[in-house]
Design a protein around this ligand. Sequence first.
Ligand code: NAD
Length: 265
Amino acid sequence: MAVDYGLKGHAAVVTGSTSGIGQAMAHALAEQGVDVILNGFGDPAQIEADRRALEARTGVRALYHGADMTRPAEIEDMIDLARREFGRLDILVNNAGIQHVAAVDEFPPEKWDAVIAINLSSVFHATRAALPIMKAQGRGRIVNIASAHGLVASPFKSAYVAAKHGVVGFTKTVALETARQGITCNAICPGYVKTPLVEKQIGDQARTHGIPEDRVVAEVILASQPNKAFVTYEQLAGLMCYLVSDLGASATGSAYSIDGGWTAA
Ligand code: NAD
């Protein structure tokens, strides 16, 4: 990233950063000179190769912690790893998330519990563990990756919509509690981002419906997104870097939409 946000020497934890948006946010922070703790599931050899490549490319320290976001004690240990290894924690990006799509009366209770645990409760557990470190430093930045579904609903995504609305509410409460302590807490609410999962869906749907991929994108995937364009990693990283920099000091307790106009309707 060409812009220098003055973050060199800071330390961050990014949950769910072995893939997609979280990986892009961790890479953007590393490119700004921020030491990062990576987290998430995946092939251990691939995760280690990616971690080494990130360190080699950016010159920061990149560590991996395999905390399962459904397990509070593991989340606490991951946050403490930043204190143990970096001696500080400036930035927490709560990003890990999953989706399950089903009608409410057919929604498997164990899927409900998993979505709420990973998408909402983990944000509480990580924040709870991070705040004492940030308060002692007199500075901290928390960015929660919510969703357009933190502001509006869609059918068949009850657990996800409930969790993401919960994240937006939690964000506001943390912001109020920490407003005098140099700490900010904000949510970013993206529309559709072309992650590997979405990319696969485009091909699958094109084959299923027998229509070209650009029509699948505009009419199926981006049906609710007025600009008919995916949100990019760079666009999300730009806002995230602003929020965690000194420039973002007065921006707290807000939910920022980057959704091509979706929630304006
Ligand atoms: P992704 O599937 O590419 O990445 C999810 C990450 O979370 C992975 O690293 C995965 O290993 C990790 N994860 C999942 N369960 C975990 C667990 N129990 N413990 C630890 N890590 C776990 O997804 P993505 O599309 O990059 O989504 C990232 C975040 O952005 C999610 O919170 C999602 O709701 C949100 N979001 C995504 C989009 C989109 O269009 N992709 C839009 C709005 C919001």
